[in-house]
Design a protein around this ligand. Structure first.
Ligand code: ADP
Ligand code: MG
Length: 561
């Protein structure tokens, strides 16, 4: 028989240009086999129709035959009649599965068929990317009393160009017994003979189809041993199950620091299972991590390590996001609607950050010691890249200050809570180390006035503070900043000290200033003036516009690199 006219044209597109990864043919055929099993399970439970044989386990078998250079996928699912085959495999873009879903929904049995994957009606043809010819043998599970076709087996064969052959076998007239279900055999093109290696096939299965609900066997051995834990209700899942799943998907050896299993309803219904590992690998000069969360739809992989589902600064998070209603491109290699994915990313990020806030509140020690000390860098990256989340991220920051000699870390909230009555700014000092910060001449006046000053130790922190700008309406101010230093934050007792501090007379001071300006030159100093801010240091450089740049330069000079 001939393929329908449009099918002929589209076949060429499917086999030559639709998919970037040729190995997805296996994902497509496994998805079809899984759909067939799902359908049989559904009709068995939902209707009173009689079935020929309904006690065989629903499963998928893959056989590799090196001699025939063929790969066979066999399922014990619902099977197809010859009419089903002609309409589903003879016509491209006709999805029997979509039709099935529709019928089921019309009968208001939607829940039972949620697991059906197929809907575009093109996936099957991806077999022709790797095969010279494909044979499908199928026997339906549904008894048709009127036509009495229950012993009929249909064989479909094609090379994926213009035509296909159809043969009907009456089981009664042959010695061979056929099982209910569908067998798809691919005679591989020579360049794909590598797929006949068991190891290779298992790899491909583990990548795309590892969480398919029905057991998959390769040459008799079960491949998909890890279940799709994310799809289960959180209260039913034991910690050990989560840990095992984490180790599997993250290829990890540690126990996760935190597990987040939740469902989000907007803008799409998604189930996600995210993990914070106990450590990250982006230190000691190790390379930048790839994103760690993969996108699934109905348990089938859509995008491995998706760069879009979480912001880049959350690349240390591992896990799975699955949505049944994800609008997919026809190749199923990408979500189709990037604006929608953007919204989803925001919803997931918000959810993730609220988990951190909860941890910070309920388990502050764990938050600081286990999470913050390991991952603060990523939060800071977020502050600089993601304005939308800046306020939340700023809340999550922790600092050393001149007051907490125990090196305990404080939040900006705590800092603000301890403000002196007359203080309206949040002060910070950038220095290479705590020791250097404590000895800094910039700190003297603040120490004397008993004002808390946050210590930050890296150039990035300096950026972060500048980026945050204000917290709860209070400006974040570098203590190196040139301000009206003799007026601000000055207490009365400090004024009294002033007289004795002034070792120079006013005219002498002006002389010194003039000499300094002249000696350093106009390019180096904008102004030079006497101050009572210093106690034991003779002079300091204060900030002008280029202050942050200068501090960064100093950091770079001080660091080993
Ligand atoms: P989709 O899965 O998106 O519907 P496909 O091109 O993969 O599109 O498959 C087309 C149709 O062929 C399916 O919808 C289904 O009705 C039928 N089909 C394919 N493989 C099988 C199978 N193993 N068992 C039963 N029906 C199948
Ligand atoms: Mg399909």
């Amino acid at each position: 028989m001939e393929f329908q006219a449009e099918t002929k044209q589209l076949l060429d597109i499917v086999t030559h240009s639709l998919y970037t990864d040729k190995e997805v043919f296996l994902r497509e055929l496994i998805s079809n086999a899984s759909d067939a099993c799902e359908k049989l399970r559904h009709v068995q439970s939902a209707t009173t129709t009689k079935f020929v044989d309904n006690d065989r386990p629903l499963e998928i078998q893959i056989e590799l035959d090196e001699v025939a250079s063929s790969l066979t996928i066999r399922d014990t699912g619902i099977g197809m009649t010859s009419e089903d085959i002609v309409s589903n495999l003879g016509t491209i873009a006709r999805s029997g599965s979509k039709q099935f879903m529709k019928t089921v929904q019309e009968q208001q049995q939607a829940n039972a068929a949620k697991g059906i994957i197929g809907k575009f009606g093109v996936g099957f043809y991806s077999a022709f990317m790797v095969a010279d010819s494909v044979t499908v043998t199928s026997k339906t599970a549904i008894i048709d009393h009127e036509n009495d076709n229950n012993n009929n087996v249909t064989m479909w064969t094609s090379d994926g160009t213009g035509t296909y052959e159809l043969a009907e076998i009456d089981e009664n007239s042959t010695a061979t017994r056929y099982d209910i279900g569908t067998t798809v055999t691919l005679f591989l093109k020579e360049e794909y003979w590598g797929l006949l290696a068991e190891k290779k096939i298992k790899e491909v299965l583990q990548k795309y189809s590892n969480f398919v609900s029905f057991p998959i066997y390769v040459n008799g051995e079960r491949v998909n041993t890890v279940e799709a834990v994310w799809a289960r209700p959180p209260h039913e899942v034991e910690r050990d199950t989560y840990v095992e799943f984490y180790k599997y998907i993250a290829n990890a050896i540690d126990d996760p620091l935190e597990i987040l299993h939740f469902r989000a309803d907007a803008p799409l219904e998604v189930r996600s299972l995210l993990f914070i590992p106990s450590f990250h690998s982006e230190k000691y000069g190790m390379e930048r991590m790839e994103p760690g969360v993969s996108l699934y739809s109905r348990k089938v992989l859509i995008e491995h390590k998706s760069p879009d589902i979480l912001p880049d600064w959350l690349r240390f998070v591992k896990g799975v996001v699955d949505s049944e209603d994800l609008p997919l491109s026809i190749s199923r290699e990408k979500p189709q609607d990037s604006a929608l994915i953007g919204k989803l990313r925001k919803a997931l990020t918000r959810r993730f950050l609220s988990t951190l806030e909860k941890m910070a509140k309920k388990e502050p020690e764990k938050y600081v010691e286990e999470f913050y000390r390991e991952y603060s860098h990523f939060l800071k990256e977020g502050i600089c890249h993601d304005y939308e989340f800046q306020p939340t991220l700023a809340k999550l920051l922790r600092f050393e200050t001149n007051k907490n000699t125990t090196r305990e870390l404080v939040s900006l909230d705590t800092y603000v809570g301890n403000l002196r009555p007359e203080q309206d700014s949040i002060y910070y000092l950038t220095a290479p180390s705590r020791e250097a910060a404590a000895m800094s001449p910039y700190l003297e006046a603040f120490d004397r006035a008993n004002i808390e000053v946050i210590f930050v130790y890296t150039a990035i922190d300096d950026f972060v503070m500048a980026n945050v700008g204000t917290y709860e309406g209070r400006p974040l101010v570098s203590v190196e900043k040139n301000k009206d230093d003799d007026k601000d934050e000055e207490t009365d007792d400090k004024k009294d000290d002033k007289q004795e501090e002034m070792a120079l007379s006013a005219t002498e001071a002006i002389d010194v200033c003039m000499w300094m300006k002249k000696t350093l030159g106009d390019g180096k100093v904008v102004s030079c003036r006497p101050s009572s801010r210093l106690v034991s240091s003779p002079a300091i450089v204060t900030d002008n516009e280029s202050g942050m740049m200068r501090r960064m330069m100093r950091m770079v000079d001080n660091s080993d690199g």
